[in-house]
Design a protein around this ligand. Structure first.
Ligand code: SF4
Length: 378
């Protein structure tokens, strides 16, 4: 089966205050060495996965901020991917970008190179909330980025948005949704802000400098989003994701269906042939290892069938339509009701899961406590 290819670009212009992803300040020389190391890593996997050169139905350049690299570097990464993996013409090829890091010329170069989807980190409309997040771009730059993307030929655009920001009101969130819908995206990812330990935002909240958003307000924002976007023609297809019909993210569906994906670059995670593995986090170590002919893999975990079944259930339950019961049985040779009978009975009795149209799915009541439901299957 075709895999999803994820390429982690670990550079940003400036660290956002809530961010705990692996990203480093952009440095031209380091970035050049990183692209060279990535080339070596791709060549390694081209020759070392079972079944020969693997097909990839999606390529996703995430970060970090991939678009801090030059258009030529990004085009080169895609060109090398094509030479190492069998990527069909209709594959979804996404690049994440932050406003202010792309101009029309770079976007045209990316489109011409074969990228066909752009995911823009918009986050919020109000400048004061962007400052709380430590984001560097303005709304004007969002507008310019969207216009340039369209003019460059991108007709599949995602916006990442964040709600539950300290100081954010319901009115702010509604205004953000209104403003972004005016820009006609095909897909929207709306994430509830998680304040991660060891981030500047965490320090601001624990010191009392900022007040965290009230949990009930976060829930109201969530359900408002669901109503507003579904009334606006979007399908709510995963807990945090919405798409116009036919524009669901191919790459993300690979994760939620627990299919195979290969992650390249520092800190990237993979799930191939029943094995989960991740690369070293440090970009310098990543480069050094590949330059000296070693792999960048740091940890490998071979998953038992029981673990693979658990993962398939809790990932599948993230999708609003739920876990495909027939696909589960085809893959594991057993029905999910045989394997998890106790958990399913208990959760059904609590009104947290249900079956519908050959799927096992969360009920509406379960969505706010989804993580607790998932934990039952681990
Ligand atoms: S742009 Fe994204 S990856 Fe980069 S620092 Fe901000 S949140 Fe982190």
């Amino acid at each position: 089966m075709a895999i999803g290819l994820y390429i982690h670009v670990p550079f940003c212009l400036k660290k956002c205050s809530y961010c705990d992803f692996i990203s480093y300040p952009y440095d031209a020389a380091l970035a050049e060495s990183y692209v060279y190391a990535l080339e070596k890593e791709m060549a390694f996997y081209a020759g070392n996965l079972s079944g020969g050169q693997r097909a990839a139905k999606s390529v996703y350049l995430g970060g970090g901020t991939p678009t801090v690299l030059s258009g030529d570097q990004l085009a080169k990464i895609l060109r090398i991917s094509r030479s190492c993996f069998n990527i069909p013409d209709n594959a979804e090829i996404t690049v994440e970008c932050n406003p202010g890091t792309v101009d029309r010329e770079k976007l045209e170069k990316l489109r011409k190179a074969g990228f066909n989807r752009v995911s823009i980190g918009v986050q919020a409309y109000q400048q004061n909330l962007m400052s709380v997040l430590g984001r560097v771009h303005s709304w004007q730059e969002v507008l310019t980025c969207v216009r340039n993307s369209r003019e460059a030929g991108f007709n599949n655009i995602n916006f990442d948005l964040i709600f539950g920001i300290p100081g954010q009101t319901m009115r702010d969130w509604k205004e953000t949704l209104d403003r972004v819908l005016e820009l006609s995206p095909q897909h929207m990812s709306t994430y509830n802000l998680k304040i991660e330990p060891d981030t500047p935002l965490h320090r601001d909240v624990t010191s009392g400098y900022l007040l965290p958003c009230d949990e009930e307000l976060e829930l109201d924002m969530y359900w408002y989003t669901v109503d507003y976007l579904t009334n606006g023609g979007f399908m709510h297809y995963e807990i945090s994701n919405f798409a116009l019909p036919g524009r669901e993210a191919v790459h993300n569906l690979i994760y939620w269906r627990n299919e195979e994906y290969l992650g390249l670059g520092p800190a990237a995670h993979s799930m191939v042939e029943g094995c989960r593995f991740n690369n070293v986090k440090s970009v310098e170590t990543y480069i050094r290892r590949l330059q000296s002919g070693e792999t960048a893999v740091d940890e490998t975990l071979s998953l038992s069938q029981a673990e693979q079944m658990s993962e398939s259930v809790f990932l599948g339950l993230r999708m609003i339509e739920g876990l495909d019961l027939e696909a589960f049985e085809r893959r594991f040779g057993r029905s999910v009701f045989q394997v998890f009978s106790e958990q399913i009975r208990a959760l059904q009795a609590l009104g947290l899961i249900e079956t519908a149209e050959r799927h096992l799915k969360l009920t509406k009541k379960a969505i706010p406590v989804a993580n607790e439901v998932f934990a039952e299957f681990i």
